[in-house]
Design a binder for this molecule. Structure first.
Ligand code: MF3
Ligand code: CO
Ligand code: CO
Length: 267
């Protein structure tokens, strides 16, 4: 699918879809505690999206070529799960860290965002991985402006993550988004500055780095979707949908409880 450039009216639609996706995370946050199952979170989110937001959970029955239909409405990726974790009946326990990834369709437009959550108290190592992955995403976002290239985003994320002793998952990437869930371009979370597609106003895409505490290698578990780290090290991910504006960027997946942007660092 070619890159689509959004008009002012398209952007209004993307803003609404983005805010709704983020509001699902706000809504789920108080429910993420020891004893709750990810299946229960899925049911809460499904009901909220369909009945309260009048929107559609994009993952449900999503079926890209070579995949089986995704069976749930959200993705919940716990501990060493990298992405696409399928909600299940196992209760969360104190010390777990998980990514909750929400994609909604509103009036035909997609909003895609994810955050990390810690259940009760997490280890210092787990909290550090979550925090630094958040900063890695923001270092990518801050590269966005017309004339910059996709490789600038990937490079900013990779150099930061690797400087902290972490590794970047290569097999999954950010993506163009709009009327389609996964549009061109692919937004790699590694790369060389000054390479790749030039950013232009009206482009909308996600930035969603998956960062591992150990090695970058991954494997699929056999259910057709769930991706885990080969070495079973912890993995973290954050995701925003962003718009390229004439001046720089606008984050579209924002809501009342979006975590604050980290302070710009001088390094
Ligand atoms: N939301 C994921 C992304 O960021 C895609 C999930 S596909 C699903 O691109 F089918 F697993 F939901
Ligand atoms: Co995405
Ligand atoms: Co997502």
């Amino acid at each position: 699918m070619p890159i689509t450039y959004k008009t002012a009216a398209d952007i209004e639609g993307m803003r609404l879809a983005g805010r709704l996706a983020s509001e699902v995370l706000d809504y789920l946050t108080p429910h993420i505690e020891p004893g709750v199952t990810t299946e229960a979170l899925d049911q809460l989110a499904h009901h909220y999206i369909v009945n309260h937001q009048g929107a559609i959970p994009a993952p449900l029955n999503y079926c890209p070529p070579g995949y089986t239909p995704y069976p749930k409405s959200i993705c919940t990726s716990v501990n060493h799960t990298v992405c696409h974790g399928i909600p299940n009946a196992k209760p969360l326990k104190k010390g777990d860290v998980l990514n909750v990834d929400i994609t909604v369709i509103k009036d035909g437009w997609h909003g895609d965002t994810s955050r990390m959550f810690v259940v009760g108290e997490a280890s210092i190592a787990a909290k550090r991985l979550c925090q630094l992955t958040y900063e890695a995403m923001w270092r990518g976002i801050r590269m966005v402006r017309p004339g910059r290239r996709l490789g600038d985003i990937g490079h900013a994320i990779q150099t930061f993550a690797e400087s902290q002793g972490y590794s970047v998952v290569r097999e999954f990437c950010g993506h163009g988004i709009g009327r389609g869930f996964h549009e061109d371009p692919q937004v790699l979370h590694y790369g060389r500055p000054g390479t790749g597609e030039s950013l232009e106003p009206g482009m909308t895409f996600t930035i969603e780095p998956m960062i591992n505490a150990g090695r970058r290698d991954i494997r699929e578990t056999g259910d057709g979707w769930t991706i885990v780290t080969k070495d079973r090290s912890l993995s973290a991910q954050w995701e925003h949908t962003v718009l390229v504006t004439p001046e720089g960027y606008e984050v579209l997946t924002v809501s009342a409880q979006s975590p604050a942007e980290p302070a710009p660092s001088t390094t």
